[in-house]
Each structure stands twice: as C-alpha cells, then as structure tokens.
Design a binder for this molecule. Structure first.
Ligand SMILES: C[S@@+](CC[C@H](N)C(=O)[O-])C[C@H]1O[C@@H](n2cnc3c(N)ncnc32)[C@H](O)[C@@H]1O
Length: 236
C-alpha cells in the first residue's frame, strides 16, 4: 500500500493534467457518466480512492455533499485545491466512519489496487444507509489488459516514470468476480458492465477511431472494453 501511495504522491500533478485535459477529460467523462448513472443525485457521497478529486467535482455539480479518502496525501493536496469538500488520508479497506452515514459510495480506478477488495465492500455496506447505492469503475481483465502487469513490471525495472506504471500487484477483474464480491458483501440489484474502448493513452488518430467505435464495442463486443463498472444497493 505504501508503494502505491508513494507512486501517486510522485505523479499527482501529471495524473491530474492527464485526466483533466483534452482526450483524458473525454475518457474520464465517459467513466463518470457510467458510474454516476447508478448513484442518486444531490445526496451524501463517499468517494473511495478519490485521488485529485475529479469525480468529487463531477458529483458536487448535482448539488450533493462529498467526502473523499485516499492513501496518497499528494493526490489529496490537489483534491483540496479543486473542491471545497472534506478529504482525508485513509485506506478504503477500513473506513473511519460510523454505520449508515452515507447515501452512496463511488470509487473510480482505485479498486484494482486493493489487497482485500472484500474488506472494502463489507465496510462500504456497513457505512451505507439502508437503500444506499454503490457504484465503481475498475480495470477489466481481457485480451489487451492481460499483459499489462508484466509490462508494468518491466517498466518499473527500466525506471519508466509514468502514471500507474509499476509493480503494484494490481488485479484486473472479470464480470463474475465483481458480481460475486458485490453479492457476498450483501449488495442486491448488482449490475456489472464493461466500458471504455478509447483508452486515454492512445495517440490521437487511434484515439479518435476507437472513440467512434466505442459504443459498438461496448454493445456488441464488451469483452474488448478496458474498464468494468459495477454497482449495487444495500437492501432497505
Ligand atoms: C488511478 S488513481 C484514481 C484517482 C481518482 N479516483 C480518480 O478517479 O481520478 C488511483 C487512486 O487510488 C488510490 N488508492 C490506491 N489504493 C488505495 C486504498 N487502499 N485506499 C484508498 N485509496 C487508494 C491511489 O492513491 C490513487 O489516488
């Protein structure tokens, strides 16, 4: 966990520029749309692994209230500058909040780093109010992403300095795994869908082409999408 935190402390500025400008903003916006559609608007949200507060900003526009936690103080420094919201250093696997204190929970591109995703979901269930919603987006396992951990391991050896590149023991998820984890934690109305074909790291011509065919891929060939979104509800 410390290794992940140190990495994000170091890349906070680069991360924020990458995801809040040009194609990064479009890529991130697409994720936000898919996560937000399963959350109530204008409610009290907890964002797990909130990073620089990009999703918090998005949610605040609905008139809601947001609290974010993250293990990287460097990322949180930027989140504090971005939003007038409470953020705290904390581990998403052990939440420092009372039972039934949030209407909804989000988590964007942080779930893959968790060593114990079941702890996170159990604690999320605990701090949600009855009827509360959880919606997250993480990395999906497919033919393209299967090689990423090995490539990142090599990247680390070669001292490649780029966001997310390192040997962090990240886990890429399948539909069945997410469905099982959500159901085991007690969530109902669980929905899992693969999203994103135009990847933020693609060069412009390739990015535009993949963006154009993204809706077709998501609809007809979802296995080829890079990310995977999962949502559920705590029973009333
Ligand atoms: C790819 S960034 C995503 C940041 C933010 N959610 C966003 O959408 O821009 C991954 C974030 O997850 C955080 N993270 C990783 N493991 C975590 C954990 N166990 N608890 C809380 N945050 C964690 C990292 O520090 C980093 O800020």
């Amino acid at each position: 966990m410390t290794k992940v935190a140190t990495h994000y402390d170091q890349v906070a500025d680069v991360y924020d520029n990458q995801y809040d400008q040009r194609q990064g903003r479009i890529y991130y916006g697409h994720i936000c749309t898919n996560v937000s559609k399963n959350l109530p608007k204008g409610a009290k949200l907890l964002d797990l692994g909130c990073g620089t507060g990009l999703f918090m900003r998005n949610y605040l526009k609905t008139g809601g209230e947001v609290i974010g936690i993250d293990i990287s103080s460097g990322m949180l420094k930027k989140a504090k500058l971005r939003n007038d919201s409470e953020v705290a250093v904390g581990n998403a696997e052990k939440l420092p909040f009372r039972d039934e204190s949030f209407d909804c929970i989000s988590s964007i591109l942080a779930f893959s780093y968790l060593q114990n995703p079941d702890y996170m979901l159990e604690d999320a269930f605990r701090v949600l109010k009855p009827g509360g919603a959880i919606s997250l987006c993480t990395l999906g396992r497919n033919i393209f992403t299967a090689i990423v951990p090995a490539a990142y391991k090599i990247g680390e050896k070669l001292k490649v300095s780029r966001v997310g590149c390192g040997s962090f023991g990240e886990h890429y998820y399948s539909e069945d795994e997410l469905y099982g984890l959500f159901s085991d934690a007690g969530f109902v109305d669980v929905s899992v869908e693969r999203r994103s074909f135009a990847h933020v790291d693609l060069k412009p011509p390739l990015y535009s082409i993949t963006k154009k065919i993204e809706p077709i891929v998501e609809d007809k060939f979802p296995y080829l999408a890079f990310n995977i979104c999962a949502s559920g509800k705590k029973p009333e």
